[in-house]
Design a protein around this ligand. Structure first.
Ligand SMILES: [Zn+2]
Length: 484
């Protein structure tokens, strides 16, 4: 009995405290406690703040984790993760708590990659955007909708202003708070986490033609969205595979939002159309509210994707726009288009506090146009694999813009994680299987026919020689003996 209890204690210890992470679901009070404990352990690199309260008075908590939290540092990009926007899709909430725990411990224990992340990125993590909905959801409810909406029964991922179709919804408190938060911090890259499928969903969610017409809704930065989505899906042990993990066949584990199903008022489109940020939506697992026993494995599956995706904030070009006296130019516009191929203009980025800008781009040669008031300057930039380009601009005499010599910042590339894997379709599998069955059957028939021919030949010969009765068993033994 003692031995059994000791074994149970050992198992419980491993499950609950591996890497310091507590693998259980956390309600609002427990989540607050978890965040406070992380802050106590890592005070120098964390800042816990609330962007305001939900309809039922629960704080929308954010933890910033970085060196010098709460301090603006020139050319240090802001990054965000948001979980639990749909209250019953809880995996993002839990895994973001574990991620904070992991970053806190990793920094303390001298993990070089985590130290690099916290030195170079201001990471803001909101584990729950819909704490009211969460309290109504139930563990083990994989496909239900109980707790999905906020306390006013609004779906928050349909509640943002829609660029193509406007909105006639009343903007909810949680939505409004997030919109203000996004304006306050000039986020460069972000993701929000959902459940019920295994895929990365990228803009546009909204159809550019009609709100309910399904079809690929291409954004000007489609190549970038596809690439950053693949970094997440290919870093996951299964998501990138083309077969239907949750009965949804997604090539490379990614999908354009409107091609899957169009929605209006989604948060990722709002980020892309109204702010500097690039955002994708990650469906983390088939089950929306998995049992707590599944959490250790789900954390293992998503740990690397969560880290690799953050590292993407260091890609493309960044720099500052300043006057000759060093004062910053806020609101300068940065436009980018391919130098070769399509000259189509991409999303416009604007300089923020400190006059800095960040433009995520894949490797390639681009035309970059800076606009300050009525003045423009067009310059060419060449971004190579594993590099971030720093391109600063000076505005002289309040009119003439000059490009300073570009500087190359080396970064460890995260494009792509694995060699592209050809989609294995059921057609392909069934074709190979069918061919194997055909060849196998033909072979079997030929062997059987040969056996019968030999059998009758030997039987006839024996009958002729011995004149014995037609006894196949006796003949079989005799014939075997004759062979060996
Ligand atoms: Zn969702």
């Amino acid at each position: 009995m003692k031995e059994m209890l000791f074994k149970l204690w050992c198992v419980a210890s491993i499950v609950s405290f591996a890497n310091g992470i507590v693998f259980q679901h956390h309600n609002y009070v427990q989540m607050q406690d978890y965040l406070h404990k992380i802050h106590q352990r890592c005070q120098n690199i964390t800042r816990l703040y609330s962007i305001g309260k939900s309809i039922r008075g629960r704080d929308l908590l954010v933890m910033e984790i970085t060196e010098k939290p709460g301090v603006y540092v020139s050319l240090k990009p802001n990054f965000k993760y948001i979980g639990n926007m749909h209250g019953n899709e809880v995996l993002g909430r839990e895994l973001l708590l574990y991620l904070l725990d992991h970053l806190c411990d990793g920094y303390t224990n001298g993990d070089a990659e985590i130290i690099y992340l916290l030195q170079t990125i201001r990471i803001h993590i909101m584990p729950s955007m819909n704490p009211d909905g969460y309290e109504k959801a139930r563990e083990g409810d994989c496909q239900g909708v109980g707790g999905r909406t906020n306390a006013n029964n609004y779906d928050l991922n349909r509640n943002f202003p829609d660029y193509f179709h406007g909105t006639n919804q009343i903007i909810q408190k949680e939505t409004d708070l997030v919109m203000k938060w996004i304006k306050q911090y000039p986020f460069v890259l972000s993701a929000n986490f959902h459940g019920g499928a295994s895929v990365v969903n990228y803009p546009y969610d909204s159809s550019t033609t009609h709100p309910h017409i399904r079809g690929y809704s291409v954004s000007p930065d489609d190549d970038i969205f596809r690439s950053i989505s693949k970094v997440y899906s290919y870093s996951h042990p299964d998501m990138f595979k083309g077969y239907p993990i949750c009965n949804d066949p997604f090539t490379d584990g990614i999908t354009n939002g409107a091609e899957w199903y169009p929605i209006t008022g989604g948060m990722q489109d709002y980020n892309y159309m109204y702010t500097n940020a690039f955002e994708v939506l990650v469906e983390m697992a088939c089950c929306k509210y998995p049992m707590a026993a599944k959490l250790p494995q789900l954390w293992q599956d998503h740990k690397r994707p969560l880290i690799n995706y953050m590292r993407l904030v260091h890609s493309g070009v960044k720099g500052t726009v300043k006057l000759e006296d060093g004062s910053e130019v806020v609101g300068a516009k940065i436009d980018v288009s391919w130098s070769l191929g399509s000259p189509k203009k991409r999303k416009t980025i604007t300089t923020t506090k400190g006059g800095d800008y960040y433009r995520i781009l894949l490797k390639g040669v681009y035309d970059l146009t800076v606009t300050v008031g009525q003045n423009k300057l067009k310059t060419s930039i060449d971004i190579k694999e594993g590099q971030v380009l720093r391109q600063d601009f000076i505005v002289k005499n309040n009119q003439q813009i000059e490009a300073l010599p570009p500087k190359i910042i080396k970064v460890k590339s995260v494009f792509p994680q694995r060699a592209p894997v050809k989609k294995t379709t059921f057609m392909h599998v069934s074709h190979s299987t069918t061919m194997a069955i055909i060849f196998g059957s033909v072979g079997l028939i030929l062997v059987s026919l040969t056996g019968f021919v030999v059998f009758f030949y030997l039987k006839r010969r024996r009958d002729r020689m011995n004149g014995s009765p037609d006894d196949s068993k006796a003949f079989y033994v005799t014939s075997t003996e004759s062979i060996y």
